[in-house]
Design a protein around this ligand. Structure first.
Ligand code: SF4
Ligand code: SF4
Length: 431
């Protein structure tokens, strides 16, 4: 057993455990907990859309349920299984009566969370996405299975505890013919696999081949129920195809008795928060899938820096009008958190399809953000050293981009989005 695993097991002892974080990091930890028969008594997450859902047989609760769990389980400890926002969670737990001494940061034992962008291209061209930043022309391609095996071997040898791998960053993983083999390989290493897709995929066979291998977490991104709204923000996709594929996923899960946490990630814009959102909620409820609405933001770092320096192309400008939280307001909300250490920098390792390593998951331009040309040739320690004082971080921090992209202070995001929605509704009424 690896040293990091032994240390985590020693730290947790036999205490009853509550896992905070019901998405990929939490799912990865639950796989580890199952392997070591740990005493997990509950799962909590601040995302209301997850409340009441089941994960590894446990019901997901909102944080408000934590004091009751603490009263019911003497010596309760909270394992924080998230990749970002740990500090915010520790603060929230203190208010719920859980002292910092009873919190365990999972990231301290993992060292790094790994993301492998197996597909270096996408079939869509969303205006919020890195693929549509003018002037950035990254090479497109697919990671070979052989490289995936070598990369995961190196990762297991040099990283601390690895309990999950995300098989995506910017690219569309379903375009890769070997995606099922990647999932199979990941599971063979005892690790959970996460896949994120736009699901605008014209092959039922490809979908079935993935579903039957039970990726532990499957995120599907959408931004509308009807084509009018969807097409403006998921450009090049087909929402009717997405909906028919969601039915297929349901059918294939039942056919293959697969265990998959399906999470429909709904990007909210000014033009899709009415009937579209309502219909998509009904649709997901019928299928038994989680619908997680989130306020749409703008990526990558390069586009945001351009914006704050007054360089905005016409397509981006048109798209910005659809945001519920404008870039100016987003920066204002993020400003008080500007000086904090960037969590994208400290605990993540991203590997591109061609084995190169970018500075972080929110920088895109390979010409300026590559810190290693080959993950297989540079040690993890060397890769982490090259992240220090990177030139890209200077402007990024100056414009408070990390806290903006992390969406810190969601209460302020909600307040602003509600204000914009009320103003839009009043304007519509006057027409
Ligand atoms: S589907 Fe995802 S990866 Fe593809 S262009 Fe849109 S946001 Fe980018
Ligand atoms: S400061 Fe910005 S560029 Fe640097 S790692 Fe963080 S998000 Fe990436």
């Amino acid at each position: 057993m690896k040293k990091a695993e032994q240390e985590l097991l020693k730290t947790l002892g036999k205490s009853p455990l509550l896992v905070w974080g019901a998405r990929m990091t939490g799912i990865g930890f639950l796989r580890f907990a199952g392997k070591h028969a740990l005493n997990v008594v509950g799962v909590a997450d601040s995302d209301a859309s997850l409340c009441g859902r089941k994960l590894s047989g446990l019901t997901i609760s909102l944080p408000a349920a934590i004091p009751a769990l603490k009263a019911a389980h003497k010596g309760l400890r909270v394992l924080i299984a998230v990749s970002i926002k740990e500090d915010e969670i520790i603060g929230a737990l203190a208010k719920l009566g859980i002292p910092a001494a009873d919190c365990v940061r999972y990231s301290e034992f993992c060292g790094s969370f790994f993301t492998i962008d197996v597909t270096g291209t996408c079939n869509l061209r969303c205006p919020s996405c890195a693929y549509t930043v003018p002037g950035i022309k990254n090479p497109a391609g697919l990671m070979s299975y052989d490289d995936y095996v070598k990369i995961t071997d190196k990762m297991m040898g040099e990283a601390g505890l690895v309990s999950h791998i995300c098989l995506y960053s910017w690219g569309e993983p379903f375009l890769h013919p070997d995606l099922p083999r990647f999932i199979e390989r990941t599971h063979a290493l005892g690790i959970a696999a996460a896949v994120s897709t736009n699901l605008s995929i014209e092959s039922a066979e490809k979908i079935e081949n993935v579903i039957k291998l039970s990726p532990d977490y499957l995120k599907i991104s959408t931004s509308g129920f009807y084509p009018e709204a969807y097409n403006s923000t998921h450009t090049g996709g087909n929402v009717d195809l997405v909906k028919s594929n969601l039915y297929r996923i349901k059918y294939f899960i039942e056919k293959h008795k697969a265990h998959i946490f399906v999470d429909v990630n709904y990007h909210m814009y000014r033009n899709n928060v009415g009937k579209d959102l309502e219909k998509m909620q009904e649709f997901c409820d019928d299928l038994g899938f989680v619908l997680s609405p989130c306020y749409a933001n703008v990526t990558p770092v390069e586009r945001l820096v351009n914006y704050h320096e007054g360089k905005v192309d016409a397509a981006t400008r048109k798209f910005l009008d659809l945001l519920l939280v404008s870039l100016e307001k987003g920066r204002e909300i993020a400003e008080p958190y500007r000086g904090r250490a960037c969590r994208f920098l400290s605990n993540q390792v991203n590997i591109n399809w061609d084995r190169s390593v970018p500075l972080c998951c929110v920088c895109f331009d390979m010409k300026t953000s590559t810190i290693s040309k080959d993950y297989l040739k540079d040690s993890l320690a060397e890769i982490n050293r090259r992240k220090e004082r990177h030139v890209n971080c200077v402007k990024c921090m100056k414009y408070a981009i990390p806290p903006y992209l992390m969406g810190v202070n969601q209460a302020a995001w909600k307040k602003e989005a509600d204000r914009v929605m009320r103003a839009d509704a009043a304007r519509e009424k006057k027409r």
